[in-house]
Design a protein around this ligand. Structure first.
Ligand code: ADP
Ligand code: ADP
Ligand code: ZN
Length: 216
């Protein structure tokens, strides 16, 4: 299954994509994770992307689409993928369709996780991420067993620099202006599955499963 997971920053895309990918035996492709890995490794792509990410702006479409084109061409995507964090503009959505068409593929579903704006700030400011494996936690909603340590790998948990209050505000504005129009775009294409994200992590997962015909 070729799936896109959409929603505003903090909606729960990464949290859900991780479990979905494990259940469906397909890769979880997070554009944010790929950019952060490049920033950490100090690559040219990472240095370029960081100029935008640190301010909460979108990395330019040409850069982002070049990166995702290469990723989608890898062997592990043959049986499907969960795309988390892309597309974020109508231009990216059109470009994605063209890339997939070249590979003889198309999207099966676009899952949109809907969460009211006022909740997103709490979600983002309480988010903590494992430095080692990228597993995501929340100080109140989904805390690790041992404070500051990843349950999966024992790695150190950190707060993303772009999860600061100032940058969060810009990211939410960018979402409203540039990404929210994708909901109508995919609705028109008959691909949209809208999910209430203002429920427990498990309930959201169950609802996504029902919508995709999966009983996980
Ligand atoms: P996104 O990838 O959409 O930015 P994340 O999956 O990183 O979102 O989730 C944002 C924060 O909210 C994380 O700290 C995560 O643990 C928490 N979270 C995710 N889903 C839920 C949920 N259904 N209820 C409460 N908190 C959640
Ligand atoms: P979140 O879902 O919490 O907003 P991500 O980890 O998905 O965060 O993305 C972090 C940052 O990486 C974004 O704020 C943006 O700067 C950049 N980014 C991620 N995906 C894209 C994309 N498809 N196009 C442009 N920039 C992106
Ligand atoms: Zn970890």
């Amino acid at each position: 299954m070729n799936i896109v997971l959409m929603g505003p920053p903090g909606a729960g895309k990464g949290t859900q994509a991780d479990v979905m990918a494990r259940n469906l035996f397909v890769p979880h492709i997070s554009t944010g994770d790929i950019f952060r890995a490049n920033i950490k490794a100090g690559t040219e792509l990472g240095q370029l992307a960081n100029q935008y990410i640190s301010k909460g702006d979108l990395v330019p479409d040409e850069v982002t689409m070049g990166m995702i084109k290469d990723r989608l061409a890898e062997d592990d995507c043959a049986k499907g993928f969960i795309l988390d964090g892309l597309p974020r503009t109508i231009g990216q959505a059109d470009a994605l369709e063209a890339i997939l068409a070249e590979q003889g593929k198309k999207l099966d579903k676009v899952v949109n996780i809907d969460v009211p704006a006022d909740l997103l700030i709490t979600r983002l400011s309480g988010r903590r991420v494992c430095r080692n494996c990228s597993q995501t936690y929340h100080l109140e909603n989904n805390p690790p067993t041992e404070p500051g340590r990843c349950d999966e790998c024992g790695g150190e948990l950190y707060q993303r620099a772009d999860d600061s209050e100032e940058t969060i505000k810009n990211r939410l504005d960018v979402y409203t202006e540039q990404s929210a129009p994708l909901i109508a775009y995919y609705e028109q294409k008959g691909l949209l599955l809208s999910i209430n994200g203002n429920q427990s992590i498990n309930k959201v997962l169950t609802d996504i499963g029902k919508g995709l015909g999966q009983s996980w």
